[in-house]
Design a protein around this ligand. Structure first.
Ligand code: SF4
Length: 358
């Protein structure tokens, strides 16, 4: 799919710090959940944020939805800062930006029938304000049909607990579609589902994007899901995007050692020799606390190719010289491209940080 020029959503320097309780002595501490990220999602595009738990991807989604305040940075919708929207524009933004949650069981009212859940989504959002009961029923039937719950009439009066997990997630998607959104945030939309149902839901999301031109921000820890659904990906580590670009390019040739480790950990069938022969990355230790981020590159305590500069200088996200569509935040990106920084190490032979030759 080609990417239109004008971004629908654009985040610039988006930052979220959660202050911790005051200590008697010393500076005030905070959880540095998101640390100045930039990304854009074009009309009809699917952009994915991936990374381990706690990397900041869900906090990012909550800031876009307005469920969390922004510590710093800006979010633009159709080029206009969301913070400057007037009341009417803000109402339109809330209608145009919807969410599909991971846990469909918790996000649907257990006492309401599907007719009531979807009818409320249609009327409260303003998509069908003032409509007759018959008109609302007709739209609910159409929504249920669109998400594959057929025959729709047989689902109208069911309660959420009478559905399977996959059917409930389809209702969650139908509810997100009710206000006719331009942008949907899908937060781990299939991670709670059985493997056999995942492909059906992913196919449904892809069809919705294709037929309705809806843009998606996909939040996932699962690279196989991202590869199936998204066009571009941003890999997050400790609140920063450390590699971003088209999914095919990033997964076929991961340049940042953390991206390479993630790709290594996910068996992705790919017959291309350059993919099968790429280096393997062995990272050590646990993710550091987001309360006290390591100086320099936040990945340096775990990075098998860290050099002295990595301990003090934060690497900028810069386009690769041979593929400007991909940007990487790593001081040794060019060496990795040249095959000079290949961390093919085992746990028993991890190198100590070297002196920076530069
Ligand atoms: Fe490793 Fe240094 Fe690159 Fe960070 S900047 S990923 S520590 S080589």
């Amino acid at each position: 799919m080609t990417t239109p020029a004008a971004p629908l959503i654009a985040a610039t320097g988006l930052t979220k710090h959660f202050p911790l309780g005051r200590r008697m002595f010393g500076p005030r501490r905070a959880v540095h959940a998101v640390n100045g990220i930039d990304f854009e999602v074009a009309v009809g595009e699917t952009y994915a944020l991936v990374g381990e738990s706690g990397c900041g991807k869900t906090t990012t989604a909550r800031m876009v939805l307005g469920l969390e305040g922004v510590t710093a940075g800006a979010l633009r919708f159709h080029g206009k800062p969301v913070a400057e929207l007037d009341a009417a524009e803000r109402a339109r933004f809330r209608r145009r930006v919807q969410v599909v949650f991971q846990d469909s069981n918790a996000s649907l009212n257990p006492r309401k029938t599907l007719r009531q859940i979807l009818g409320t989504a249609l009327t409260v959002s303003g998509a069908l304000r003032g409509a007759s009961r018959a008109e609302v029923r007709e739209r609910v039937v159409r929504l249920l049909t669109d998400v594959g719950l057929t025959p729709a009439e047989s689902f109208l009066d069911r309660l959420p607990h009478e559905l399977s997990g996959g059917q409930r997630q389809r209702v969650g998607i139908a509810r997100a579609l009710a206000p006719e959104p331009e942008f949907v945030i899908a937060d781990e939309p299939v991670s709670a589902l059985d493997i056999s149902v995942r492909a059906q839901i992913l196919t449904l999301l892809a069809r919705i994007q294709r037929e309705r031109g809806v843009a998606f921000l996909l939040i996932s820890h699962d690279l196989a899901v991202v590869r199936n659904v998204a066009e571009r990906v941003g890999v997050m580590y400790l609140g920063r995007i450390i590699e971003t670009g088209p999914v095919g390019a990033v997964f076929a040739r991961p340049v940042h050692p953390y991206t390479a480790a993630l790709v290594d950990a996910t068996p992705l069938p790919d017959p291309r020799p350059e993919v099968r022969a790429r280096d393997h990355v062995d990272i050590r230790g646990d993710v550091p606390s987001p309360v006290s981020l390591p100086p320099g590159c936040a990945f340096h305590p775990r990075c098998p190719i860290a050099v002295e500069r990595c301990r003090s200088v934060v690497p900028e996200l810069v386009p690769l010289p041979d593929d400007p569509g991909v940007s990487v935040a790593c001081h040794r990106a060019e060496e990795r491209l040249a095959g000079l920084a290949l961390p093919t190490v085992s746990a028993a032979h991890r190198p100590r940080p070297q002196e920076d030759p530069a």
